[in-house]
Design a protein around this ligand. Structure first.
Ligand code: CO
Length: 215
């Protein structure tokens, strides 16, 4: 059987198994969503957001791109973030990178890959910010792994620098933003312990005054 047909037939089997456990399952989901979590992850096929955290449909609002980047001119990311924070009122935003990330590896190299080089340049900027620390690591695999972690931390801070997040924090101290790294070699997630829900740790130039203060 052609692979895509197999996936369609898998879908039928999945619906059947869900209805067996809960006949109202899809009826309830159709009523609306109120996910507590926004996931910003890598597009890599080995890092499926819901599956690796055991979340069901309706529990995670998801945005994925190459190397889990928060690029503040990316209208797609900003729209997802604004909707998640201001309409869905998610309590947590997770930036989840992963070891063995092709985007991060490409950013460390000098090779051209085509159009994607323009996207990868954002990752190269992260390398430049942390060049000294990274180049002290002589083992290339260890350097790449550290780069994956530093990239996640940088994206957590890039989220914090948006007015969407800071306005929400000034109102409710929510959402909490977290940085995680997934290990595709053993399936485990590592919390980088960079959780943040206020702007006081950001360099002063990135701290927005509360909107009320402008009036
Ligand atoms: Co990746």
């Amino acid at each position: 059987m052609e692979l895509y047909k197999k996936f369609l037939s898998n879908n039928r089997a999945w619906v059947e198994s869900m209805l067996n456990t809960d006949p109202e399952y899809f009826k309830r989901l159709a009523d609306g969503q109120k996910p507590p979590l926004l996931w910003i992850g890598c597009a890599d096929s080995r890092v499926p957001a819901n599956e690796i955290i055991g979340a069901l449909p309706g529990e995670v609002f998801v945005h994925r791109n190459i190397a889990n980047m928060v690029v503040h001119t990316d209208m797609n990311m900003l729209s997802v973030l604004d909707y998640a924070v201001n309409v869905l009122e998610v309590q947590h935003v997770i930036v989840c990178g992963h070891y063995g990330c092709g985007g991060v590896r490409a950013a460390m190299s000098n090779q051209q890959f085509g159009l994607i080089d323009n996207w990868i340049r954002h990752i190269k900027d992260v390398y430049r910010f942390h060049q000294e620390e990274l180049e002290e690591i002589t083992d290339l695999k260890a350097r790449e792994n550290r780069f994956v972690e530093l990239n996640v931390i940088e994206q957590v801070y890039d989220l914090s620098k948006t007015s969407i997040i800071q306005n929400s924090w000034s109102k409710s101290k929510s959402p909490y933003i977290h940085g995680w790294v997934y290990d595709i070699g053993n399936g485990l997630i590592r919390d980088l312990n960079v959780s943040i829900n206020e702007n006081s740790d950001l360099p002063k130039v990135y701290q927005f005054d509360a909107v009320e203060a402008l009036k």
